[in-house]
Design a protein around this ligand. Structure first.
Ligand code: SAH
Ligand code: SF4
Length: 430
């Protein structure tokens, strides 16, 4: 979501005549888009800000803007105002569309710190976007979250759920396809609770599965993905959409957070281990070969060794293709911040390492089974480390590296997989 916000800000500034530069050193204006999901993201932000102070001192014309989730929190704004008064502009996630206006105001109000952050939340349509990839695009379908998982800051920084109109989404996707996009990723904190109101009929509600069926009809579009779906709201209708919609990739990111029903309750996730495993069973039965990934938090307050064993057991049963694993991080203002039974750091780390070892060994086994198969890959570009190696994703979201060239970028190619590694596959274009 932050990545897409950055694409939109870049799009707006390019429209205003600004140019993107390769490195921060060359820039006259720096915009830092922050994330506040865990403490290490917060720390990195303040570290980066500290580095910019000297440049601002040397050149007062140099402009520093800060935005994103961190700027939706009063304590962060207070810290910036007190310790970093030289920051020119502060704005929150709800005010991205006002960036060009804010930059224009800096010229008018020299030396004054400008900020807009708490109000807003309305959906602004038609903003430009400078995509990171030619052939794939991120598409917001809804904003905010109503779930209030007890560890999570998102409902406080992104506000309540609001869905875009299906007609607006369809219009955007058609424009993207006309611009060369083959794959879209539908974005929302809980896409399953998408509820779009059609422009021509206010009583007709379009739910998430309806939206997929609608987008599946877009000519020229080849792949549809989404992120993230909450297990408590994953409907049979959505599972059926995987069966019926040929463009919907056979892959799902379904965050579980913990395998212990007791911890899930304390997290306010509103499903238990059994319900989650039943969902996985239904998905695997309806969509043979579906690949699955998840998010897991280790060391939520009160997590015992037994609770953690339940998580390991769930991972063994589901056999995820990959998983994002996180150490629980206390977030100011969330209910879990006040829980007294915080897990000591060394225990968290020890459990985290055991979990990562298990997840990686399953990923490696699953990927090894791809050797000899042929997969359709949407080519994204050269790899960061070797300019002759190109990479792309399979329908199941596996990263594939192969010898390639620039003419392949944006194309769907057949790749024969030669080796499956822990985090990626190796192959040759047929
Ligand atoms: N809306 C998505 C998650 C968005 S946040 C969902 O509910 O699935 C992405 C992930 O960050 C979460 O799934 C969770 O695993 C992790 N996360 C969120 N808050 C966290 C915290 N306080 N400490 C550690 N991990 C956290
Ligand atoms: Fe955070 Fe839970 Fe909302 Fe996801 S569903 S964004 S984890 S509160």
């Amino acid at each position: 979501m932050n990545e897409h916000d950055s694409e939109i800000m870049a799009g707006m500034l390019i429209e205003e005549g600004f140019q993107q530069v390769e490195s921060r050193k060359e820039a006259d204006i720096v915009i830092i888009n922050t994330c506040s999901i865990r403490d290490n993201a917060d720390k990195r932000f303040f570290g980066t800000l500290g580095q910019l102070k000297r440049r601002k001192k040397e050149n007062p014309e140099f402009t520093v803007c800060v935005c994103g989730c961190m700027m939706q929190q009063q304590h962060v704004i207070d810290t910036i105002k007190a310790k970093y008064p030289w920051v020119d502009v502060i704005f929150g996630t709800h005010n991205i569309h006002r960036l060009p206006e804010l930059l224009a105001n800096i010229v008018a109000e020299k030396g004054k710190q400008l900020d807009v952050w708490p109000e807003g939340g309305e959906i602004v349509e038609g903003l430009p976007c400078e995509r990171l990839h030619k052939s794939k695009a991120l598409v917001n379908i809804m904003f905010g979250c109503n779930n209030f998982c007890t560890y999570c800051i998102v409902p406080y920084t992104r506000g309540r759920e609001r869905s875009r109109r299906p007609d607006d989404i369809l219009g955007e996707v058609k424009n993207l396809v006309a611009d060369g996009v083959k794959e879209i990723m539908l974005l929302g904190q809980n896409v399953n609770s998408y509820k779009g109101i059609k422009t021509d009929s206010a009583d007709e509600i379009c739910d998430f599965a309806d939206l997929i069926y609608m987008l599946n009809e877009v000519e020229g579009l080849e792949r549809i993905r989404f992120m993230t779906s909450h297990p408590k709201d994953l409907s049979d209708k959505l599972i059926q959409a995987f069966v019926d919609c040929d463009k919907l990739c056979k892959n799902i990111h379904l965050p579980v957070q913990s395998g212990s029903s007791r911890i899930l309750k304390a997290m306010n996730r509103r499903y238990d281990k059994e319900k989650y495993l039943e969902l996985v069973k239904n998905l695997k039965a309806a969509v043979p070969g579906i690949t699955m990934s998840t998010d897991i938090i280790v060391g939520f307050p009160g997590e015992t060794e037994e609770d953690f064993e339940e998580t390991l057991d769930l991972v063994r049963q589901v056999r995820y293709d990959s998983a994002f694993t996180f150490l629980y991080s206390i977030r100011k203002g969330t209910p879990a911040e006040k829980y007294e039974n915080q897990v000591p750091e060394e225990i968290k780390h020890e459990r985290f390492n055991r979990l990562v070892d298990l997840v990686n060994s399953i990923s490696a086994e699953k990927n090894a089974a791809y050797a000899g198969r042929t997969e359709k890959v949407l080519v994204e570009g050269p790899s960061k480390t070797n300019s002759k190696t190109y990479s792309g994703r399979t329908d199941g979201f596996k990263l594939v590296n192969f010898p390639g060239n620039e003419s392949m970028v944006g194309c769907m190619v057949d790749v024969r997989i030669t080796e499956g590694k822990t985090f990626s596959l190796e192959g040759e274009v047929l």
